[in-house]
Design a protein around this ligand. Structure first.
Ligand code: ADP
Ligand code: ZN
Ligand code: ZN
Length: 739
C-alpha cells in the first residue's frame, strides 16, 4: 500500500508517514489532511500538510501507521522545483522541513481547516493515459452501468473537462478517482494560460543601459548572475523593464523582488504602465489571505507574466520563470529576522541556478558579499556611471564640520541658510534624521539618571507631543514623569534630537513653510503612506523631515536639497556592518536630490569630515569605498572572507542562557568538523535584554561555506538530542546580519 511522507508544521526535522491507498506519484506536492497528535486517542485532530514523497515502505511498522485523510486534488500540486527550494531552506538554515514548507505557503493553503472551504480558481481536466487507452471498453462489464458509460465517454473524447465533470452525478466523480488510482486517467490543465504580452513605448536606452541590456539578454536561458551597480537615477529600472520585455515576449514569467512593501506600489505602477496587457501580481505581507492565494494561483498557472513582491514572494511557484530581478539587493529587509531566517536574495540566486536563467541584482551600493562575488568572477558586474536623463547630474555633496560650526536644536547655520534659499526658490528640501520621536534620551542633569526600559536594555525615547516615553524595541510606553525618579530634581531634559524635535525647530525657523514629518509614527495608519507620497508629489510640502523611510527608492522631482543631521553614530559602532549600512543609506538619501532637471545639493553635518566614508560619499565613489571596506574585512576576518552563523539563546536569567550555550559549545567539540570552524565564547547579546528576556549568543565562524554547513548539520543533530531545557529558547541564524 502506498505510504505518503508528509511535511507538517511541527518543530521536528522530519517527514511523517501515512497510509494513503490510491495515492500516486502525481500526488507529490499536494496538500493532505492527516491525523496528528496523541497516538492513543482515536480523536487526534487533523492538520494539513504537503506530500513530499511517496513510497511503499516505512521505518514505522505498518500497523502503527495511520490513514491519511483527504488529498486535495482540486488545486495544482506544488511543483518539484518549489519543493526542492523548501528542502534547500531546511538544509541550509537548519530548520525543520515541515515548517520550512509551511512558512512559504499562503495561509489559504496552509491552514488546517481551509482545504475544504477553499475555492479552486480552476479545476484541472481529466484525460485518458496511455495505459487507459490500452484498456478495451469490453474490459468493463456493461452491467456496471455508470462505470461503463463513463469509460466509453472517455474513450470517445479522450478527455473530460472540469466543466463536464460538474454535470456528472457525484458517483461518477468517485469513479474517475478510481480510474486514476488504476492509472487509466490523469488530471491536467487543459491550456495553461500564457502571459499576454504587449508593451508601451520605451525610451531609447543610454549607451551604458544598452550595453547592460544586451549583456543580460545574451545570457537568456542560462544561469547567469548579474550585479548591476548603477548610481541613483542611472536608470536601473529601465534595464529591468527592457530585459523583462524580451522575456515576456517569449512568454516567460519574470519575478521581481523589492525590499519593502512601501516600494511595491511605485514599481508596480511603472511595470503596469509599460506592460498594460500583462497580468501582474503583487505579493507582499499587506495582502489578505484570499488576495495572496489568488496571486499565487495566477503565478502558478502561468497566467501572471510579472510577479512582483517582497521577500516572501521568493516562494511562489512560477513554472515559466525566465528572469529574476532583485532590486536594492543590499537591503537588509531581504533577510527574514525570525522563524526561518532566510535571505530572499540568496534564495533568488538558488532559484535562478535551479531554473537556469539570468538574475539581476541591482543596487547603487551593492552588499559587500555580492560585490566580492563580482570581483572574484562568480557574478558578472555591470556598471552605470551617470544618470540616465542627460540634464540630471549627480548632486554636490558637502560636509559641514560640526567641530567648528555650532548647531541650534541640531541645525547648523549653513543648513538653515540652504533651507531658506531653497524655500525662496520654491524647491523641496529633505531633512534626514534617522531617529523618530522627539529626543532619544531623557536625562536628569543633577544625578545623570537616564530613562530606560524595564524590559529591554534600551533607553526610552521621548515623544513630547504625546507626553510619553516609548521603548522602540518592545513598544512599552509610560508618561513622562514631572521629576527625576532618582533624586527628585524637576530639571529633567530631553537630550539629543529626533524627527519631532527637528520638525518643531523647523516650524519656529520657517513659520510660513509647509513642513511634513514622515516617519513610522506619522504613517501608522493604513494608506497614510500613499497619502504622504501624493502630498509630496503635489508639491504640498516645502520641507520634509524624515527617517530612512523616505530615503529608499522614491523619486521626488522637485526635491533639490538634502540635509543629513546626525549620521556619525554608526561610524564607530561595534557592529561590523554598521558602516556599510550607513554608506548605503547616505548614498540613497543623497540620491533623492536633483533627480530631474535641477541639480541637487547634499549637506552632511558631521564631526568627522575626514572619515573615509564621507570622503567616498562626497565623490559618490562606491568602488573606492567598497574596496577599502573589503580590505578591512579581509584583515579583520569578517564576511565575505569568512562564513558566520550565530546561535542565540534567551532565558529569564542571563547566566542560564550563557550556561546553556557553554553546554552547546562542549557538545560542538565532539563534532568531526570542529577542527574546521572557530567557535567563540558565549557572550551576552549586543541587546542583552529584550522584552523581559536575557539574551546570549555563540558565534561560529568558518573559512568555507561547506565546512560551516558540515559542522552545523552535525552540531544541530547533537543539540536536538539533548534533553529539552524548559525556559530556554534558542535558534540558529545562518549568514546573520548582526552578530
Ligand atoms: P535608478 O533606478 O537607477 O535609480 P531610474 O530607473 O529611476 O534610476 O531612472 C531615473 C530616471 O531616469 C527616471 O525618471 C527614468 O524615467 C529616467 N530614464 C531612465 N532611463 C532613461 C532613458 N534611457 N532615457 C530617458 N530617461 C530615462
Ligand atoms: Zn536625578
Ligand atoms: Zn523595551
Amino acid at each position: 500500500m502506498a505510504i505518503i511522507r508528509v511535511a507538517l508544521d511541527v518543530p521536528v526535522n522530519r517527514l511523517f508517514d501515512y497510509l494513503a491507498p490510491g495515492a500516486g506519484t502525481d500526488d507529490i506536492g499536494r496538500c493532505v489532511r492527516v491525523p496528528f497528535g496523541n497516538h492513543n486517542h482515536s480523536d487526534s485532530r487533523k492538520i494539513s500538510g504537503v506530500i513530499l514523497d511517496i513510497g511503499e515502505i516505512s521505518s514505522i511498522p505498518e500497523e502503527k501507521l495511520k490513514y491519511a485523510g483527504q488529498i486535495d486534488r482540486e488545486t495544482l500540486p506544488l511543483p518539484r522545483s518549489l519543493l526542492q527550494l523548501f528542502e534547500f531552506c531546511s538544509r541550509y538554515y537548519h530548520y525543520p522541513i515541515g515548517q520550512a514548507v509551511m512558512n512559504g505557503l499562503p495561509a489559504s493553503l496552509r491552514q488546517s481547516n481551509h482545504i475544504a472551504r477553499r475555492k479552486p480558481a480552476v479545476s484541472p481536466d481529466w484525460k485518458l493515459t496511455e495505459a487507459g487507452k490500452a484498456i478495451p471498453l469490453s474490459a468493463i462489464p456493461s452491467r456496471a452501468k455508470a462505470k461503463h458509460q463513463l469509460f466509453s465517454l472517455l474513450h470517445e473524447h479522450g478527455i473530460m473537462t472540469a466543466e463536464a465533470c460538474k454535470t456528472l452525478p457525484p458517483h461518477s466523480r468517485k469513479l474517475l478517482q478510481e480510474f486514476r488510482d488504476r492509472g487509466w486517467v490523469e488530471q491536467y490543465l487543459a491550456q495553461p494560460d500564457k502571459p499576454v504580452f504587449s508593451t508601451a513605448p520605451a525610451p531609447v536606452p543610454t549607451e551604458e543601459q544598452a550595453h547592460a541590456i544586451s549583456a543580460i539578454l545574451g545570457s537568456t536561458g542560462t544561469f547567469s548572475p548579474w550585479l548591476l551597480n548603477g548610481v541613483t537615477g542611472s536608470g536601473k529600472t529601465e534595464i529591468y523593464l527592457q530585459a523583462a520585455t524580451s522575456l515576456l515576449a517569449q512568454q516567460k514569467q519574470v519575478l521581481i523582488l523589492v525590499p519593502e512593501i512601501n516600494l511595491t506600489p511605485q514599481l508596480e505602477a511603472v511595470f503596469r504602465k509599460r506592460f498594460p496587457g500583462t497580468t501582474l501580481v503583487s505579493l507582499h505581507s499587506g495582502l489578505n489571505d484570499s488576495e495572496r492565494w489568488h496571486g499565487w494561483q495566477q503565478a502558478q498557472q502561468g497566467k501572471a507574466g510579472i510577479i512582483l513582491g517582497t521577500r516572501l514572494a521568493i516562494f511562489t511557484p512560477i513554472p515559466e520563470l525566465g528572469l529574476i530581478i532583485v532590486d536594492e539587493e543590499h537591503d537588509y529587509s531581504f533577510k527574514q529576522q525570525d522563524g526561518l531566517r532566510y535571505s530572499a536574495r540568496d534564495l533568488a540566486i538558488y532559484r535562478a541556478r535551479q531554473a537556469g536563467i539570468p538574475i539581476i541584482l541591482g543596487s547603487a551600493t551593492p552588499s559587500l558579499e555580492s560585490y566580492h562575488q563580482a570581483l572574484t568572477g562568480r557574478y558578472r558586474l555591470l556598471r552605470l556611471h551617470s544618470r540616465a536623463i542627460s540634464r540630471a547630474t549627480l548632486p554636490a555633496i558637502r560636509c559641514i564640520d560640526l567641530r567648528i560650526t555650532s548647531t541650534q536644536e541640531g541645525l547648523s547655520e549653513p543648513v538653515l541658510e540652504a533651507l531658506r534659499r531653497n524655500l525662496s526658490k520654491k524647491q523641496q528640501s529633505l531633512v534626514f534624521i534617522n531617529r523618530r520621536g522627539y529626543a532619544p534620551v531623557l536625562l536628569c542633569k543633577s544625578c545623570r539618571w537616564i530613562a530606560t526600559c524595564k524590559r529591554c536594555s534600551s533607553r526610552l525615547v521621548v515623544h513630547l507631543r504625546e507626553r510619553q516615553l516609548r521603548c522602540h524595541y518592545c513598544g512599552d510606553q509610560q508618561p513622562v514623569s514631572p521629576a527625576c525618579p532618582q533624586c527628585g530634581d524637576p530639571d529633567i531634559l530631553p537630550f539629543g534630537h529626533g524627527t519631532q524635535r527637528v520638525e518643531a525647530a523647523l516650524v519656529s525657523h520657517f513659520p510660513e513653510a509647509h513642513i511634513l514629518r514622515v516617519d513610522r509614527d506619522s504613517i501608522r495608519h493604513k494608506d497614510a503612506w500613499q497619502k504622504v507620497l501624493e502630498r509630496i508629489h503635489r508639491g504640498e510640502a516645502d520641507i520634509l523631515v524624515g527617517t530612512q523611510l523616505l530615503a529608499k527608492g522614491h523619486d521626488f522631482p522637485n526635491l533639490t536639497l538634502v540635509c543629513v543631521l546626525n549620521a556619525d553614530a554608526s561610524l564607530y559602532s561595534t557592529d561590523f556592518r554598521a558602516e556599510e549600512h550607513l554608506f548605503a543609506q547616505l548614498m540613497q538619501v543623497a540620491g533623492r536630490a536633483g533627480r530631474a532637471n535641477i541639480p541637487g545639493t547634499v549637506l552632511i553635518q558631521t564631526e568627522f569630515p575626514q572619515h573615509a566614508l564621507y570622503q567616498a560619499l562626497q565623490r559618490q565613489d562606491y568602488t573606492m569605498y567598497a574596496q577599502a571596506q573589503l580590505k578591512e574585512r579581509k584583515s579583520a576576518g569578517f564576511p565575505p572572507f569568512v562564513y558566520l552563523a550565530v546561535l542565540r539563546a534567551e532565558a529569564p536569567v542571563l547566566t542560564d542562557a550563557l550556561e546553556f550555550l557553554q553546554q552547546l559549545a562542549a557538545v560542538a567539540a565532539l563534532s568531526e568538523d570542529y577542527a574546521h570552524i572557530r567557535l567563540y565564547d558565549p557572550v551576552p547579546a549586543p541587546m542583552q535584554r529584550l522584552k523581559g528576556l536575557e539574551r546570549a549568543q555563540l558565534l561560529i565562524q568558518a573559512r568555507s561555506r561547506r565546512h560551516l554547513q558540515l559542522f552545523l548539520s552535525d552540531w544541530h543533530q547533537r543539540i536536538a538530542a539533548l534533553p529539552v531545557r524548559r525556559k530556554i529558547r534558542w535558534h540558529l541564524d545562518v549568514d546573520p546580519l548582526t552578530v
